[in-house]
Design a protein around this ligand. Structure first.
Ligand code: ATP
Length: 209
């Protein structure tokens, strides 16, 4: 079973990396793939270029053997749809291997407005990285949608390659790329919010100033 974490990664930070590691261990994933998107569908466009975001990601995951960076969305023209990416991954991995789409709680609350959410669930499980104790304000229609697919333990995910939803507790790290960009723009240090190797790249390219 593999995990897939998509995002703008503008820049990647410990709020992505630590939950990804905890989920990998809790679910026994053989790999977590970080997939930077080229063009966001629902949000502002990234400040760093595709190449810069890719290099920062590669620097961040270096040394963590089970973490891989997958640049397919950067190479694909136009908006990046998770559905398209999962169709490709499913074709490459075959029908049997479990795929877990990892989502932060904020991304999950808007999931039903994504492109083809039902088809996404045919291709992958959803694993929501929940903050411990987080009540999560989930709208009624999303709650109804999740209900029949909900599983209560990581072990249940092994029963099928796709189609289940799991809420997995992860250490709460209130770090966002937005707050890091703001610190850098104000001339303040973002140290200990993201890997030093990523900070060196940000400084070297005078990013987010
Ligand atoms: P921005 O501040 O620019 O919106 P971000 O820090 O939220 O960026 P993204 O690249 O948009 O980062 O996030 C990719 C994925 O990681 C999303 O599913 C998001 O919910 C999740 N995520 C981001 N930050 C955290 C965090 N601190 N804890 C858990 N999940 C996170």
């Amino acid at each position: 079973m593999i995990g897939v974490l998509g995002g703008t990664f503008d820049p990647i930070h410990f709020g992505h990396l630590r939950p990804a590691l905890e989920i990998r261990q809790a679910l026994g994933l053989r790999e977590v793939r970080f997939i930077p998107l080229r063009q966001a569908v629902h949000r502002y466009q990234p400040l760093a270029s595709a190449d810069q975001r890719l290099v920062m990601l590669q620097a961040a995951v270096a040394g963590e053997a089970a973490f891989r960076v997958d640049d397919r969305e950067l190479r694909r023209a136009g908006a990046s749809y998770t559905y398209d990416t999962l169709v490709e991954l499913r074709a490459e991995l075959g029908a049997e291997e479990g795929i877990c789409l990892l989502l932060g709680a904020d991304a999950f609350t808007g999931f039903l407005s994504w492109y083809r959410p039902n088809d996404i669930l045919e291709l992958a499980h959803l694993v929501v990285m929940r903050r411990p104790g987080d009540a999560m304000m989930v709208e009624a229609d999303l709650r109804v949608w999740v209900e029949p697919r909900l599983c209560l333990s990581a072990a249940e995910l092994d029963q099928a390659p796709a189609g289940l939803v799991l809420f997995q507790d992860v250490t709460q790290l209130a770090i966002s790329a937005t707050s890091i960009r703001r610190l850098v723009a104000e001339g303040l240090s973002p140290r200990f919010l993201l890997p030093d190797a990523v900070i060196a790249l940000i400084e070297g390219a005078a990013l987010y100033r």
